[in-house]
Ligand binder design. Structure first.
Ligand code: NAP
Length: 360
């Protein structure tokens, strides 16, 4: 492992890109040396390119204000020469993103992606660091396919699943057969604020394009296993979801229902959640929450406003575990969608891959 890695942010001007910039400002391992976006922003300083679009609560990092934005596509060679790896969060067509990320990987530049384009490419790991760190082992097979020594793509999963999948993962040993999850998703998940999306004040929209498919399918890959040169999805549990957009700035909620083959007791589940530690905690990664799964006993907890920022927005909050009339149990859970669910999760994934030597 190197002492410090130079990194680029592709899509730096967007909402997730801005989150990367703030998270990486004082990062102990990663140092931002390149910022890239569309041709509309290329050639301008970061400050000029973002203009009035800065959406974070903290100011734009001073150290990045004067970095000249590169064109994410036209300047690949220039960007790759400046960095050890890139984070990528761009708003482009899926096939364009697939091609763009593969070009970086083939130029021997690892890609930590927030985009959905490669999530179901069989040899691209979709990593929640506390849940399936072992999927990094597929990177060797991917490098072989791409013909690279260093370059590869690793993706993080959709923000919608990052509360109920962490909560359910340590319970899989009881044989989870069926899951129903209704998600209540914040407007920042659409790259919006109440200023830019005033129609969401006092409103609820019962549709988020593509979200239910992602919420039902992605857990199966995260819980899948490596077989030769691919990650094979698990067959169980059956998952059904409904995803709603709600008038909350940040923090995706899920109301989850679960059925087991061998039903554990409520006390057993709470103990497992309280004691659960993943590889990020064992490795003491800079972005890892000390306590990943946090159970709240109060009936009206957790709450989006009170708990989304727990442990830098990287911890998962759970509550209201109780028996159900149709499933074995039901509970609610919450994660910060742009921290744990997007940029923070990708930074933690990069820390994990750095610690395991994949970024050297
Ligand atoms: N928001 C979330 O919570 C969230 C969560 C998980 C995943 N994601 C995913 O992350 C990605 C970015 O989301 P976002 O909310 O940050 O979007 P956004 O705010 O709309 O930002 C989009 C970024 O993409 C860049 N871009 C657009 N067209 C481009 C092109 N042709 N070439 C290069 N760069 C281009 C934009 O640059 P310009 O400023 O120059 O136009 C901007 O930097 C999407 O794939 C989204 O699905 C978002």
């Amino acid at each position: 492992m190197k002492e410090k890695y130079n990194v680029g942010i592709i899509g730096a001007t967007g909402m997730v890109g801005q989150r990367f910039a703030t998270l990486l400002e004082n990062h102990p391992w990663f140092h931002v040396t390149a910022l890239a976006a569309s041709p509309r922003s290329a050639g301008k300083t970061y400050e000029e390119a973002v203009g009035g679009r800065w959406l974070m609560d903290t100011p734009m990092p001073e150290s990045m204000k004067n970095i000249i934005i590169d064109d994410a596509t036209a300047d690949i060679d220039k960007i790759v020469a400046k960095v050890d790896f890139v984070f990528c969060a761009v708003d482009m067509k899926k096939d364009e993103i697939k091609a763009l990320e593969e070009r970086y990987a083939k130029a021997e530049c690892p890609v930590m992606s927030n985009n959905s384009a490669h999530r179901f490419t069989p040899d691209v790991p979709m990593i929640i660091p506390e849940v399936n760190p072992e999927h990094a082992e597929i990177i060797g097979a991917q490098r072989k396919r791409l013909g690279t020594k260093r370059g590869f793509i690793s993706v993080k999963s959709n923000c919608s699943i990052q509360s109920y999948v962490p909560a359910l993962s340590p319970l899989r040993k009881f044989g989870i057969t069926e899951v129903l999850a209704c998600t209540y998703q914040a407007i920042s998940g659409a790259g919006k604020t109440f200023e830019t999306w005033p129609e969401m004040v006092d409103n609820l929209i019962p549709f988020i394009g593509g979200e239910e498919e992602k919420s039902e399918q992605e857990p199966l890959k995260v819980w899948g296993h490596i077989d030769g040169a691919e990650i094979v999805k698990c067959e169980k549990p059956l998952i059904t979801t409904q995803c709603l957009r709600v008038p909350v700035s940040n923090g995706h909620f899920a109301a989850a229902f679960v059925r087991f083959e061998n039903k554990p007791s409520i006390e057993e589940i709470k103990k497992i959640w309280a004691e659960y530690k993943g590889e990020p905690q064992a490795l003491n990664l800079p972005s890892a929450p000390r306590q990943f799964l946090n159970y709240f006993e109060e009936d009206n907890m957790p709450q989006a406003k009170l708990h989304r920022n727990l442990e830098g927005g990287m911890a998962i909050s759970i509550g209201r575990l109780r028996p159900d009339t149709q499933y074995d149990y039901k509970f609610v859970c919450l994660s910060h969608n742009t921290l744990r669910g997007a940029a923070g999760g990708a930074v933690e994934m990069a820390e994990l891959l750095a610690a395991k030597g994949y970024l050297d």
